[in-house]
Write a protein that binds this ligand. Structure first.
Ligand code: PA5
Length: 424
């Protein structure tokens, strides 16, 4: 059955703040008409509609070659890895030995590197190195180590299929290497920034290599793209989300907590944090995006959320349909929990969710609930597209350019000075 984007909707009955859609609708028009700041980075807006069957086929063929090897090491950082990892972690069974995917180049932690490299010793692994600029320190170091290992052990016919480069069409050292070594390569389009790139080969190849259906993922995003373009006012979840969060920000709620009751969405929250943090946190403005995994964190952060400083609002992801597990009875138990016997675990989880929303909103935390039908490729594609689109709207409402990141240069300059990079 085709994915229905209206199955993703926002319930604001416990938000308890006034808001209006007019400003968000105007910001939507700025985005659609490409008249706002950073409009040369809007290639992602129609991307899901532009991906064609030949591109999907090529990505699937590369993925099949990768899956014939022992594992895949995905090398990238920020927008060049979080989207793929969010989808893979949301869909995989963490307790089964499916095709192993490891991540490298998203930190500089030598012990992490050592452990990962030791674990791959002698293995026939694939590498997908993803860097739009080709100059980012972390993935460049990771790739050097892996390239040295593989090129010492294997000939060019192995490297051609096992090392896949995803980078700029023309610029950068990775493009040069891909061309000179005749490696399989994919392009990050010029007009798509890292954190908006999950629907390019940046996200699609690793997701396909993990064994998931990238056509369905794209279909979900395409359906959402059409729906957001054609739908006005409250029915448009991107307009509504942007309007709600900006009304919270303006009333002093400077921290947004993304709360998920499904443990497989923990990495999705990391992707969402980067999207909003890097798009909005500039010119000394912006909501601070944070996340909790519930009910787990109700036993660590719950006190703060209920009773701490009232500067937060909550965005709660509510998955309507998950697996069915019935709680059994234990004979002779006196823990007082037998009233739950025979009840469905997701029903209990969702009861915890709505009870917590009730309690937190009574504790003066505005709460919105975003319902999604279930966690699958199509709904993840739709949700990611919706959050990207809402982020563009929301940043325009805030008065910042959603598509640049001037602030990340400051630490790099200091680090390059310390490391004595030529020119610094
Ligand atoms: O969203 C962004 O633009 C960043 O997070 C980048 O993706 C990240 O810094 C990695 O950059 P690059 O792909 O050039 O290595």
């Amino acid at each position: 059955m085709p994915f229905n984007p209206s199955d993703i909707f926002i319930d604001h009955s416990k938000f308890n703040l006034d808001f209006d859609f007019k400003e968000a609708e105007e910001a939507k028009n700025i985005l659609e008409n490409r008249t706002g700041a950073g409009s040369d980075f809007l290639g992602w807006v129609d991307l899901p509609l532009e991906i064609n069957p030949a591109q999907i086929k090529a990505l699937r063929e590369s993925a099949e070659k990768i899956r014939k090897l022992d594992s895949l090491i995905l090398v990238g950082i920020g927008g060049s890895y979080l989207g793929a990892r969010a989808v893979i972690e949301a869909l995989k069974n963490p307790f089964q030995n499916d095709f192993p995917i490891h991540y490298l180049g998203h930190n500089l932690d030598a012990s992490y590197y050592k452990k990962l490299l030791d674990s791959q010793k002698g293995l026939r692994y694939a590498v997908n190195v993803i860097s739009k600029s080709g100059t980012t320190t972390e993935p460049a170091i990771a790739f050097r180590l892996l390239w040295k290992d593989l090129s010492e052990r294997f000939d060019s016919s192995y490297l051609k299929d096992a090392v896949i480069v995803t980078t700029d069409a023309e610029k950068g050292s990775l493009r040069k290497l891909a061309d000179s070594e005749n490696l399989t390569s994919y392009i990050v389009p010029d007009d798509v920034g890292g954190r908006y790139s999950v629907l390019t080969p940046v996200g699609l190849l690793p997701i396909a290599a993990a064994g998931f259906d990238i056509q369905e993922f794209v279909n979900g995003a395409s359906a959402m793209r059409k729906y957001l373009k054609d739908t006005g006012g409250e029915k448009n979840p991107a307009i509504k989300y942007a309007a709600l969060r900006n009304s919270a920000y303006r009333s002093g709620k400077k921290i947004e907590i993304f709360a998920s009751y499904n443990s497989n969405l923990a990495l999705f929250a990391e992707w969402w944090k980067q999207l909003y943090g890097e798009s909005e946190g500039k010119m000394h403005k912006g909501i601070f995006p944070s996340s909790v995994n519930l009910t787990t964190d109700l036993h660590s952060m719950g006190q703060w959320m209920q009773d701490g400083e009232r500067t937060i609002f909550e965005t709660v992801i509510d998955v309507a349909d998950t697996e069915r597990i019935s709680v059994p009875e234990i004979t002779g138990s006196d823990d007082g929990l037998d009233y739950l016997a025979g009840r469905d675990l997701n029903e209990i989880n969702r009861a915890a969710l709505s009870a917590t929303i009730q309690a937190h909103s009574e504790g003066r935390v505005p709460c919105m609930r975003i319902e999604i039908p279930k966690v699958n490729e199509a709904s993840l594609g739709a949700m990611m597209y919706m959050f990207e689109y809402a982020c563009g709207i929301s940043a325009y409402m805030l008065g910042v350019n959603p598509f640049d990141q001037p602030g990340v240069e400051a630490y790099k300059t200091e680090m390059f000075k310390k490391l004595k990079k030529p020119g610094y």
